[in-house]
Design a binder for this molecule. Structure first.
Ligand SMILES: *Cc1c(COP(=O)(O)O)cnc(C)c1O
Length: 461
């Protein structure tokens, strides 16, 4: 396959996107209070705010949708989905949910306890929101390399730090830890993978102290691909052999199918614990829908059953990971500071190194999001002072260690020409970087962990 370096698909249907002028974008930014989440998608040229629910489906998925069985109970589409999930997760019990955060909610209801600690490499924000509501303390114990955007050396920057977990157990007592959650890949620090060895060691630790282990597995296939290509002993294993081994170490897994499910909506709660499954079924019936659909339509379950299989296809994964790396390599070549190595689903630009003159409390990465949209109509997202800022018990702000702008690459959606738009625009902004000033928040919602979705900003003059 020496010459076959292009996409492993061709395009059958196209979706027009709109070009706009800088003056129009400045007006739209003002109306959105400089929050990219509040822009209209129609006013965006290349949308990199998320990789969630933005995938392009295949001909096989679209045709599977026509087979959707919309029966309330026991529909055939559920059994198709269950079969596909069992094949990839190697776990027996499957509860669909309407999306990942619903699975997070069920998981938090079952595993989170008030005033206890939930350990994670880096918890995803919707789980943080759920934990906050439950009165559980989420703690991020990723390895130090995972918090150092400039250190390129580590191949698995999503790994949990066993020594930090041990210190927390020694300090608080094992009975104060209600759950350990491994997020694969680790979104918050760059879509960085977790190694099989680390998953194994965390699982041994969890067993030793009798703490349940959960996997937040939205990007399970991308993580498996990194294990295959970076970890010794896995080069000859298939992606599914790797995913099954990953899940063999945990009791329960949640998944947002909007990522590696290659569909636009849906989630999964998967477990090997019968008691947990019974509780999950009850919570699903109250909040999601009957146990064989959990908030998904039959046709959506059909598309997901197929999408999960396609995401585990090695030719697809090779294309996927290499496309993201293409963007990372080009930005790096332009001198732009990014988290290295490039992760699975996007490129993360270091806002502090990009705009050293803007202090963290003036939101350098958010300023970069605004600049990128203003110049090019490309929409990225801040993962920094706004999204991850927190407060101590006295209400003093705590600023996160990582301060980034995440440029997500949707699956099978954009060509490398679209990615070049980003490279060209960011390069020009970088040349002019001294002329930018910071921002301040003028409005925020009541749940701190979720403020980036609705906050309003002003530009400092
Ligand atoms: C997207 C995501 C979620 C939440 O899923 P939704 O489908 O957006 O509700 C939870 N955890 C991780 C790791 C995710 O990437």
């Amino acid at each position: 396959m020496k010459y076959m370096t292009a996409e492993p698909f061709r395009i059958k249907m196209v979706e027009p996107i709109k070009k706009s002028t800088k003056a129009e974008r400045q007006q739209w930014l003002k109306e959105a209070q400089y929050n990219a989440f509040r822009l209209k998608a129609d006013d965006v040229y290349v949308d990199c705010i998320t990789d969630s629910g933005t995938s392009a489906m295949s001909t096989h998925q679209w045709s599977a949708m026509m087979l959707g069985d919309e029966s309330y109970a026991g529909c055939r589409s559920f059994y198709e989905l269950e079969k596909s999930v069992r094949d990839i997760f190697g776990m027996p019990m499957v509860q669909p949910t309407h999306q990942g955060r619903a699975a997070d909610y069920i998981m938090a209801q079952i595993y989170c306890k008030p005033k206890k600690y939930a350990i994670g490499n880096m918890h995803f924000d919707t789980f943080r929101g759920n934990a906050e509501v439950m009165g559980t303390y989420p703690v991020d114990l990723v390895i130090d390399e995972g918090l150092d955007s400039a250190s390129p050396s580590h191949p698995f920057k999503g790994n949990l730090d066993i020594n930090k977990m041990q210190s927390l157990v020694d300090e608080k007592g094992a009975d104060q830890i209600c759950v350990i959650i491994i997020t694969v890949t680790c979104n918050n620090n760059g879509g960085q993978p977790v190694s099989m060895q680390n998953i194994r060691e965390v699982s041994e630790f969890a067993k030793k102290y009798n703490i349940p282990l959960v996997m937040d597995s939205a990007r399970l296939a991308e993580n498996a691909y990194f294990i295959k290509t970076r970890e010794e002993g896995y080069a000859d294993k298939s992606i599914k052999e790797i995913t099954r081994e990953m899940f063999s170490y945990c009791e329960t897994a949640t998944m947002s199918s909007k990522k590696d499910g290659l569909v636009n909506i849906g989630g999964l709660f998967v477990t090997r614990n019968k008691d947990v499954f019974v509780q999950a079924n009850q919570l699903a019936i109250v909040h999601e829908g009957f146990i064989t659909y959990g908030g998904m339509s039959g046709r959506d379950m059909e598309a997901l059953a197929v999408g999960l299989q396609e995401a585990c296809d090695e030719q697809y994964l090779e294309y996927r990971i290499k496309q993201v790396k293409y963007l990372g390599d080009k930005l790096k070549a332009a001198g732009i500071p990014i988290i290295e190595p490039t992760g699975g689903h996007g490129v993360y630009v270091d806002g502090r190194r990009f705009f050293p003159q803007i202090p963290q409390h003036e939101f350098p990465s958010q300023r970069l999001v605004v600049a990128l949209y203003e110049e090019s109509g490309v929409r990225a997202v801040e993962l920094g002072a706004c999204a991850f800022g927190s407060k101590d018990e006295e209400g003093n702000p705590i600023w996160p260690e990582l301060e980034t702008m995440r440029i997500c690459v949707s699956r099978r959606v954009y060509t490398n020409n679209h990615l070049d738009v980003i490279v060209n625009a960011l390069s020009d902004i970088y040349k002019n970087r001294d002329s930018y000033k910071g921002m301040k928040i003028v409005h925020e919602g009541p749940i701190l962990a979720l403020r980036h979705f609705t906050a309003g900003f002003e530009l400092l003059k």
